[in-house]
Design a protein around this ligand. Structure first.
Ligand SMILES: NC(=O)c1ccc[n+]([C@@H]2O[C@H](COP(=O)([O-])OP(=O)(O)OC[C@H]3O[C@@H](n4cnc5c(N)ncnc54)[C@H](O)[C@@H]3O)[C@@H](O)[C@H]2O)c1
Length: 344
């Protein structure tokens, strides 16, 4: 039984990936601060949880580990702009440190879940050989991490970078700020689809079940195909212009709810726009994304309708981190004798 260490295991992707790894007969060591709560975590005899900061990991965490999937991150542009230093520390430096420790401890494989946003703005369709153009702190930290971890690749340590498209679909730790998820929620609750200006920007999309399947596939792939390699992960027919994505979601939700949905514009024009080629992952690994926008939208609508999914503050990453920092400040100001109303 292979043992996989997953950082950021309690996040949007990690909360889907960890149960999938367990059901595929892996042992999992889940590392996370659980900023978004650990109430969604599964209980399993093959799951060990390390509730710690990725910046403080030591060699002890890597005992008997076969592979690392390093999901940990401050995971979007607005949060990274607000917490710049921490984003470089967590998304870049801690991941290079984790890969270094893993290699020193004899771990055989390391996977860096990077982001397609590293391409920033490009008019043409890009593959992995095109230059990157990171425009934000989040994208720059991913680039720094990519360069750092790839330097560690050798015949005993397989390193793979995956540049994921923007993810959509249902997860126990939901993120409603992501394009498809946010549009679907806006339509369902307000009958208005929030659309970021000016809608002409291209953005590739990828279902959460597809990206987690891809991680599982990498764990079983011959190292010679993936060592020291970068893969764009997504699919050619999911290279959306945001306004076309919005039109598709408006139609899907209107049909589902039998109600008219309007577009509600927001924000300044988005400076990021990129379309990607996904030929490399298809030809090298025979991997293709299987899920559609319709799959993601309908599963979210079903969950909202049945009441199993709600939007709370923790589903909007930036607002949640801001709130945690503010509460921490207030609690420190008023805490006495180890408590607030109860004291020790
Ligand atoms: N979701 C997407 O659309 C998308 C697209 C491309 C790439 N990615 C990348 O995939 C990875 C996972 O994304 P996600 O959507 O699951 O993000 P997420 O924000 O939902 O999860 C990140 C997890 O990391 C944890 N964390 C943050 N800082 C930590 C620290 N210092 N120590 C320990 N734990 C810490 C958080 O508690 C959270 O559970 C990230 O690297 C992200 O950049 C995501």
């Amino acid at each position: 039984m292979k043992k996989i260490l997953v950082t950021g295991a309690g996040g949007y992707i990690g909360s889907v990936l960890v149960p999938k790894l367990l059901s595929n007969n892996y042992e999992v060591v889940a590392v996370d601060r659980f900023f978004f709560g650990d109430d969604k975590s599964v209980q399993n005899k093959n799951l060990q949880v390390i509730k710690d900061d990725s910046r403080k990991l030591t060699k002890a965490a890597f005992k008997d580990i076969d592979a690392v999937i390093d999901l940990v991150a401050i995971s979007n542009d607005p949060s990274a702009e607000l917490f710049k230093r921490q984003t470089i520390e967590i998304n870049a430096e801690s991941r290079i440190h984790t890969a270094t420790l893993a290699k020193e401890c004899g771990v055989r494989q390391y996977i860096l879940p990077s982001s397609a946003s590293i391409y920033g703005y490009h008019a043409e369709i890009l593959d992995e050989t095109n230059p990157t153009n990171p425009l934000t702190v989040y994208a720059k930290a991913n680039e720094q991490a990519e360069l750092g971890v790839l330097l560690l690749a050798d015949e005993k340590f397989t390193v793979t970078v995956v540049r994921q498209a923007t993810i959509y679909g249902l997860s126990p730790r939901m993120r409603f700020y992501l394009a498809v998820n946010g549009m679907t929620y806006g339509c369902y609750t307000n009958k208005k689809l929030p659309l970021m200006r000016d809608g002409s920007q291209y953005r590739p999309m990828l279902h959460i079940q597809d990206t987690t399947d891809m991680f599982c596939l990498l764990l079983e792939t011959d190292p010679s195909k993936i060592n020291n390699e970068i893969f764009n992960v997504g699919s050619a027919h999911h290279n959306f212009q945001i306004k076309d994505l919005a039109t598709e979601i408006v139609t899907l939700v209107s049909d589902f709810m039998q109600e008219k949905i309007e577009i509600e514009w927001y924000g300044d024009p988005d400076i990021r726009s990129y379309r990607l080629s996904f030929d490399k992952i298809e030809t090298t690994l025979g991997w293709k994304a299987k899920h559609t926008i319709k799959d993601g939208v309908i599963e979210i609508l079903d969950a909202l309708k049945s009441g199993t999914l709600q939007k709370d503050d923790s589903t909007i990453t930036l607002e949640w981190y801001q709130q945690l920092v503010e509460w921490h400040k207030r609690i420190k100001e008023i805490e006495k004798y180890g408590g607030i109303l109860d004291i020790e």
